[in-house]
Ligand binder design. Sequence first.
Ligand code: ZN
Length: 124
Amino acid sequence: MDCREAQSLIVPFVKGELDRNKAKAFFSHIDSCPNCRDDLEVYYVLLIGLKQLDDDTSGSLDLHGQFEKNLNDARSEVMKKQLGIVEKWIIVIVLFLLLVFLLWKGKEEYDLYESEQIEVNQSK
Ligand SMILES: [Zn+2]
């Protein structure tokens, strides 16, 4: 992602409209590009700050702190969802291995049954 693309994603990001993949790409650009990060913070502070002035909240206006917190929350949200996909794959793999194991066990029991049958036939 280049700066131009990142800049175009600042507004959707602040509004929470980015999908996971775009948010991930956006974060990796923001982390490596101080210019875009600054622009994001300026926009965030403008948007949220104005909104809070409108709402007339009595809390302290620690906009930089809020920006950092919001960014961390959004980042952990993106990372959490990503972990979910990995977990899903682990479950799929475990289920597949279980299936293979059961099939293998089943075949072993069948082989055992077959060899028992042969023994029974031989003893006749
Ligand atoms: Zn940039």
